[in-house]
Design a protein around this ligand. Structure first.
Ligand SMILES: C[S@@+](CC[C@H](N)C(=O)[O-])C[C@H]1O[C@@H](n2cnc3c(N)ncnc32)[C@H](O)[C@@H]1O
Length: 313
């Protein structure tokens, strides 16, 4: 039996795949589109720091074991719902002194072009027309990938409602990668009513204490009143997860970042009705939570090409 990979080896392997795919795209037909997008960046555009790499690796990692289970259950009609898709290009924050803008593949590219288990339909959406225009151009350049890819410039909650309405009888994998607290409780409820689903929800733990009072109800739903009496952001997370669990659902929090004293501290919540994927998700949790700031920064530097010597290949 092959020895079990350490979390660092595991992360390097997946980061290597991300880098290889970005390089392949950079050398391929979309190279001018990528260059143009990177040169047009402003501070309002999404750009990623070291911890985000763990989130992207987690998505890339899950698609295969999830696909295997879906195949074994003969579930053919699979919808990938990504209502905070971004542009497909995830620019890396500049390292002081770096001359070149580096980027990595975002969730739209990971989910369509980096899996042997593609979905039958993709629903991408983003509120930013710049991001959706770029995504549109990207997929036009690559042409028919063998499945339908919709991309819409729309508020995430609107896309979730319409997708859940149109595909209530299908399996939906919802990747809810919000940057704040845009995801409304009612939208989550629409997902929870689906016959079959898995959701990964980006929950901004550290920022939860700062949600303005007039937005709390929209985000926390019925848990809103209990949130008010919490003494820190970890307690707020527990209240939120318990509200979801009250509906008979499984919730697994995967911590990204060290703890609440860290500037970047959030959780990827896996939510499901069945426990079919729990061993996969718990395995992922164990690996992701073992990372400390320095080791993930090293991978990020390698991914960006900021290191003199890379161990990525
Ligand atoms: C964390 S980024 C997503 C990154 C993307 N998943 C990736 O892997 O590259 C969050 C995205 O949500 C978008 N966004 C913010 N508010 C939104 C809303 N109300 N509806 C839809 N998209 C929104 C932002 O424009 C941004 O592109």
């Amino acid at each position: 039996m092959a020895p079990r990979k350490t979390p660092m080896e595991w992360a390097y392997e997946h980061a290597g795949h991300l880098r290889k795919k970005a390089k392949e795209i950079e050398d391929g037909p979309a190279k001018y589109l990528i260059a143009e997008y990177l040169s047009s960046l402003t501070e309002n555009d999404y750009q990623v720091g070291p911890w985000t790499i763990l989130k992207n690796i987690s998505l890339a990692y899950c698609l295969t074991p999830f696909g295997i289970i879906l195949d074994s259950n003969n579930i053919k009609e699979r919808v990938y719902l990504d209502p905070f898709s971004g542009s497909g290009i995830a620019p890396l924050k500049d390292l002081p002194g770096s001359e070149r803008k580096a980027w990595t593949v975002g969730s739209p590219i990971i989910s369509t072009m980096m899996t042997d288990y593609p979905f039958s339909l993709y629903e991408f959406g983003d509120i930013s027309s710049k991001s959706i225009d770029n995504l549109d151009d990207f997929f036009q350049i690559y042409g028919d990938l063998g499945f339908k890819i919709n991309r819409t410039c729309v508020d995430a909650n609107e896309l979730i409602q319409s997708c859940c309405y149109n595909h209530s009888d299908k399996y939906v994998f919802a990747y809810l990668d919000q940057s704040g607290f845009q995801l409304q409780w009612n939208s989550l409820l629409s997902i929870f009513k689906l016959k079959r689903f898995d959701a990964f929800l980006n929950y901004q733990t550290r920022l939860a204490e700062r949600i303005p009072p007039n937005k709390r109800k929209e985000f926390f739903g019925p848990a809103c009143d209990n949130v008010t009496s919490c003494s820190d952001c970890d307690e707020i997370l527990d209240v939120y997860m318990n509200e979801i669990r009250k509906m008979g659902l499984y919730v697994t929090p995967i911590r990204i970042g060290k703890d609440r004293t860290d500037q970047y501290y959030y959780h990827l919540l896996h939510i499901a009705r069945k426990d079919s994927y729990l061993s996969i998700v718990n395995g992922l949790k164990e690996k992701v939570e073992s990372f400390q700031g320095e080791s993930i920064k090293k991978i990020w530097n390698d991914l960006a090409g900021y290191s003199q010597q890379t161990s990525l290949f």
